[in-house]
Design a protein around this ligand. Structure first.
Ligand code: EPZ
Length: 424
């Protein structure tokens, strides 16, 4: 097992390139299942554990893939299996993204229920509701979702999500593009990852109106054509790297990113006293030694993303005064807080609100990762903690950050990756 050993106290400066987005790469890979002929080449696919897990799932389904230097080739003409096994779905909840494409292409799917998650319940009822409304019969048998369409093809309908859901919006899009007739998705997610999925589906011949809005209208087509596509950059990785610059009072530029994907986060950086300079393809953050307390409430795009909540809390431990951070998307996504408090932070949690007292002097020690963004917040905190911080179980971090320690070291951090054994 690996840990990151971080020598705190360095100011980060310089320029670093963002990787391709994990959260758009996964639905793009699932959408490739919709093509029964030809090979699809996806560019800017990050080399991450989650991508490798999804490739294992595609392989299990009979889909051929090859990967080299961020280029992924997929050919799903030999797709022969419609089952997503527990062992893979348990590793990565996004495996649920195969449900819509398998139903659309094969008329049936058997997908393991994802099971628990480190930060509370993450139900999939909206996914199942949408598939049923599109004409699938759904039953849960021995921990699996058994889905089968009643007729010969899914049928377009209107689907109105009770709350914004990225995954269910994506799954419904991938089911509806091959359905008979028109599907209207109301309260659709507008995340850049969903916009990217719409663009890829349209490139393959899907007919989608309303991309980037909360109402999507899809005219079903008979089939889609394999098309090559380039993924967007990772906005959450970018925001995490900018947070590393802000917490160390440095000046960093992240290139190859669309600032429009992070407007709400950039506003909060400015509110905290950083200066932000953007151009069409990069963001520069000039940090400050007097970070101002800044409250945050997480919400669906275009507001502040829940995937930046943990990293923001780490930053606010260094702010002058008390900050309030509310997570309106995942009410229990606070496993990073006990670990940050072990570094010397003073953070209280009440329901889905964290109260962060600052500034606090952080002292390096050993801390435990519990989930992807929690581990990122511990790394960010370790950059300013006095002495050495060891972040354990960084397999969580490796799910969503491509060579993060190399990127941070290129900006002046002192981080080494070491293997270790755990007791017991
Ligand atoms: C996606 O998860 C992201 N994952 C998450 O990023 C991100 O935190 C989340 O969207 C919110 O932005 C990927 O894209 C692979 P949701 P997803 O459906 O699709 C509730 C990371 O760190 N809900 O938008 O699973 C749900 O409980 C990961 O990269 C239902 O109640 O999220 C949550 O409260 C973590 N029923 C809210 O909706 C459902 O059927 C939003 O969830 C589905 C969701």
């Amino acid at each position: 097992m690996d840990k990151l050993v971080i020598q705190g106290g360095n100011r980060l400066n310089g320029t670093v390139k963002a990787s391709g987005s994990k959260n758009s790469a996964l639905p793009l890979m699932a959408a490739a299942l919709l093509c029964d002929t030809g090979e699809i080449t996806l560019e800017r696919i990050p080399d991450l554990k989650d991508i490798r897990t999804f490739r294992k799932l595609l392989d299990y389904l009979g889909v051929e893939t090859s990967y080299h230097e961020n280029t992924l080739r997929i050919s799903s003409s030999d797709l022969r299996c419609v089952k997503a096994p527990y062992e893979l779905v348990k590793q990565m909840r996004a495996s649920i993204y195969v449900l819509g494409p398998l139903l659309a292409r094969f008329g049936q799917a058997s997908v393991s229920l994802p099971g628990g998650c480190a930060f509370g319940p993450r139900p999939i009822d909206f996914h199942l509701m949408a598939m049923e409304k599109l004409g699938a019969s759904i039953s849960i048998e021995k921990g699996f979702i058994e889905a089968k369409i009643k007729g010969s093809r899914l049928k377009g309908t209107t689907i109105d999500f009770p709350t914004t859901t990225v995954g269910a919006t994506g799954n419904t899009l991938m089911a509806a593009v091959l359905a008979e007739g028109t599907t209207l998705i109301k309260n659709a997610a507008m995340e850049p990852e969903i916009v990217t999925l719409c663009c890829f589906l349209e490139a393959m011949g899907a007919r989608i109106d309303g991309t980037g809005t909360t109402t999507l209208e899809i005219q079903g087509v008979e089939s889609l054509d394999a098309k090559d596509f380039t993924n967007i950059f990772d906005r959450i990785e970018t925001a995490t790297l900018l947070t590393a610059g802000a917490i160390t009072g440095g000046s960093i530029t992240v290139s190859d990113i669309d600032p429009g994907h992070l407007a709400a986060v950039l506003e909060k950086f400015e509110e905290s006293g950083c200066s932000i300079i953007t151009d069409s393809g990069s963001i520069t953050l000039e940090g400050t030694d007097a970070i101002a307390r800044t409250d945050v409430i997480t919400n669906p795009f275009p507001l502040f993303p829940t995937d930046m909540q943990a990293q923001w809390i780490a930053l606010m431990t260094q702010a002058q005064g008390t900050s309030h951070v509310i997570d309106r998307v995942y009410h229990e996504r606070f496993n990073h807080i006990p670990e940050l408090n072990r570094l010397g932070a003073r953070i209280e949690i009440r329901n889905n609100e964290a109260t962060v007292h600052g500034p606090t002097r952080l002292t390096g020690t050993t801390v435990m990762s519990t989930d992807l963004r929690a581990s990122a917040s511990l790394v960010v905190a370790g950059l300013v903690a006095e002495g050495v911080t060891e972040v354990l179980r960084i397999y969580h971090l490796d799910r969503g950050y491509e060579q993060i320690e190399k990127k941070l070291n290129s900006l002046g951090a002192s981080i080494t990756r070491e293997s270790y054994q755990e007791f017991g």
